[in-house]
Design a protein around this ligand. Structure first.
Ligand code: ATP
Length: 262
């Protein structure tokens, strides 16, 4: 499998303050990374670098073999699916149209642009994979938060990206919504074995069983990274969140609790 992402010794400074320091990461096709850390640890900043939204202050980032700083970021972004729950959609588009805007990389439908029958068929396939077929004609304002999240994942997948970045996709979901999202992500990984994903979350319960790797960030630095079962241990996650934690994995899923003393 080829490298989809490679960041080396990355530093990001904002307003004279270090936000990320000495961060290195390699993500290959077929790998599914979890990026964990407390509020303010630098997760979203790292995701913006990986999604070619911003440049590092120091160090190098290669996205799909292209170095940030040497290529047009806007063009590069079209190869990366980025799912942001704060998607600024103001028009009451139907689910299917929102998904199709993934092809034009726009928030609204582009006037006079028409999808081909193949593109429409692909949109319908992705809508089915994400479990939204019965909501295909529903309008955005009438969707639940979970349905919106899954719509945005289908949208991000329309251009068939090799990399999918997910920023806290389960935020605000109820239990069925979260479980549907996790099921949809795992189905996606099986259907697209070359796809690489990086998922940011605070909650280990939200990680799909197909997660292969993890990175723990603390105060802008990497505390641990590697194969998921090596990284997600009570001790390491405890250090990341500054709490005495016990961690379990059952049926591929994680649960975490505060360790009782004595
Ligand atoms: N443009 C900016 N200018 C100044 N400081 C910034 C900027 N962007 C982020 N920060 C700061 O950088 C730190 C890391 O922010 P980031 O959003 O990457 O953290 P996070 O791990 O995603 O946090 P959260 O879990 O709260 O979403 C925070 O202290 C934030 O205030």
């Amino acid at each position: 499998m080829t490298d989809v992402l490679r960041a080396e010794d990355v530093h990001v400074v904002r307003d004279g303050r270090p936000i990320l320091q000495e961060v290195s990461l390699t993500v290959r096709g077929g790998e599914h990374w979890a990026l964990l850390g407390a509020n303010g640890a630098g997760k979203s900043t790292l995701l913006s670098l990986l999604g070619a939204l911003v440049h590092p202050t120091r160090g190098t980032v290669d996205v799909l073999g292209r170095r940030l700083g040497r290529v047009d970021l806007r063009e590069l972004r079209t190869y990366v699916g980025h799912v942001d729950p704060r998607h600024p959609l103001h028009e009451p588009l139907r689910v299917r149209d929102v998904v199709l805007t993934g092809l034009t990389n726009s928030v609204a439908l582009v006037p006079r642009w028409r999808p081909t029958p193949e593109q429409e068929a692909r949109a319908d396939r992705l809508i089915a994979t994400l479990g939204l077929t019965d909501r295909r004609e529903a309008r955005w304002p009438t969707l639940s938060q979970g349905q919106r999240g899954r719509t945005l994942i289908a949208r991000a997948l329309m251009p068939d990206p090799r990399l999918l970045l997910l920023d806290e996709p389960a935020t605000g979901l109820d239990l069925p919504g979260r479980e549907q999202l996790i099921g949809a992500l795992d189905a996606l990984r099986e259907e697209h074995p070359e796809l690489a994903t990086v998922l940011v979350t605070h909650h280990l319960e939200e990680l799909p069983p197909g997660t292969t790797h993890a990175m723990l960030l603390r105060d802008g630095r990497v505390l641990a990274q590697g194969a998921v079962d090596d990284v997600l241990t009570g001790d390491q996650v405890g250090k990341c969140f500054d709490l005495p934690l016990a961690l379990d994995r059952h049926d591929g899923r994680w649960s975490v609790r505060i360790r009782r003393r004595g």
